[in-house]
Design a binder for this molecule. Structure first.
Ligand SMILES: C[S@@+](CC[C@H](N)C(=O)[O-])C[C@H]1O[C@@H](n2cnc3c(N)ncnc32)[C@H](O)[C@@H]1O
Length: 235
C-alpha cells in the first residue's frame, strides 16, 4: 500500500465518528439526495448484484437498496472503523467487506452495477480504479462515480472557494477534532483532475457511453459509463 493510501485510511478511521454529521453540515443536508439520484443512474436490476466501492459508513450502498430493494449490495472499504459504523446503521440489506478498490477481491464479471462516492480524488491511480470496476462488472453493467469538483461559473466559483477553503475546514476541524482532515479535503479537490479528464480515463479502460453531469451548482459531478458486451484487449 502506498503512503497516500495509508494516510487516507488512517484519516478516515479517525474521523469516522463525526463523518456522517460533517457530510450533513457540509452539504446543507443534501448528500443523501445526491447519492440516491446517482444510485438511480446505476440502474440496479431486480434481484441483481451491486457494489459500492469505498462505501465508508454505507450510505451509497443503502441508496442502491432504496432504489432497488431486491438487489444484493456489497459495500467495500479499507477503513474498518468507517464500515463498523455502517454496519451499525444498516444491519440488513448491505454486506460489508474489507478491501482495496485498486485490487478488488472479486473475480471478473460479478456485478450488475458499481457505484462509488467521494473517493476518486483519494486514490493513487484513478485509471486503475476504473479498470478494476470494468473488470468485475458484467457486460452491460454500469459504473457511476460521484465526486466533488470545482464550479466553473466565476461568481459561484468564488463563493464556493470561500466556503470550501476557509469556512468548511474550520467547522470540520472543530466538529471532528481533526483539523488536518478538513484541510486535506479542499486541497484534494483543488489537486484533482477536471471532469473531462476523468471521463477520458473511463473511456481509456473500455467504458462506453461515458458522460458526466455537474450537480449542485457545479460543485459535484456524476460520471456514468457502461461496460460493453465485447471488450477489446481484456475482460
Ligand atoms: C469521503 S469517504 C466516502 C464514503 C462513502 N462513499 C460516502 O458516500 O460517504 C472516502 C472513503 O474512501 C475510502 N477509500 C479511499 N481509498 C480507498 C481504497 N483504495 N480502497 C478502499 N477504500 C478506499 C476511505 O476509507 C473512505 O471511507
Amino acid at each position: 500500500m502506498t503512503d497516500k493510501a495509508i494516510y487516507v485510511r488512517s484519516m478516515f478511521d479517525r474521523i469516522a465518528p463525526r463523518y456522517d454529521l460533517m457530510n450533513a453540515v457540509m452539504t446543507f443536508g443534501q448528500h443523501q439526495n445526491m447519492r440516491r439520484a446517482a444510485a438511480r443512474l446505476a440502474q440496479p436490476p431486480r434481484h441483481g448484484r451491486a457494489l459500492d466501492l469505498a462505501t465508508g459508513t454505507g450510505d451509497f450502498a443503502a441508496a442502491l437498496r432504496d432504489v432497488e430493494p431486491t438487489c444484493r449490495v456489497v459495500g467495500l472499504d479499507f477503513a474498518l472503523e468507517m464500515m463498523r459504523l455502517g454496519q451499525q446503521k444498516y444491519r440488513c440489506g448491505v454486506s460489508f467487506t474489507a478491501g482495496d478498490m485498486l485490487q478488488l477481491p472479486f473475480p471478473n464479471y460479478q456485478f450488475d452495477c458499481i457505484v462509488n462516492g467521494f473517493v476518486l480524488r483519494n486514490v493513487t491511480d484513478v485509471r486503475a480504479a476504473f479498470a478494476e470496476m470494468c473488470r468485475v462488472l458484467k457486460p452491460g453493467g454500469r459504473a457511476v462515480s460521484l465526486e466533488i469538483t470545482t464550479p466553473r461559473t466565476p461568481i459561484w466559483k468564488n463563493v464556493f472557494g470561500i466556503y470550501f477553503d476557509h469556512v468548511m475546514p474550520r467547522i470540520g476541524g472543530w466538529l471532528s477534532g481533526q483539523p488536518e482532515a478538513y484541510r486535506y479535503l479542499p486541497q484534494s479537490v483543488r489537486d484533482f483532475l477536471a471532469p473531462e479528464a476523468i471521463a477520458d480515463l473511463m473511456r481509456a479502460v473500455g467504458f462506453r457511453g461515458v458522460y458526466f453531469r455537474r450537480w449542485a451548482l457545479g460543485s459535484m459531478a456524476v460520471y456514468v459509463g457502461v461496460k460493453p458486451d465485447k471488450m477489446t484487449g481484456g475482460f
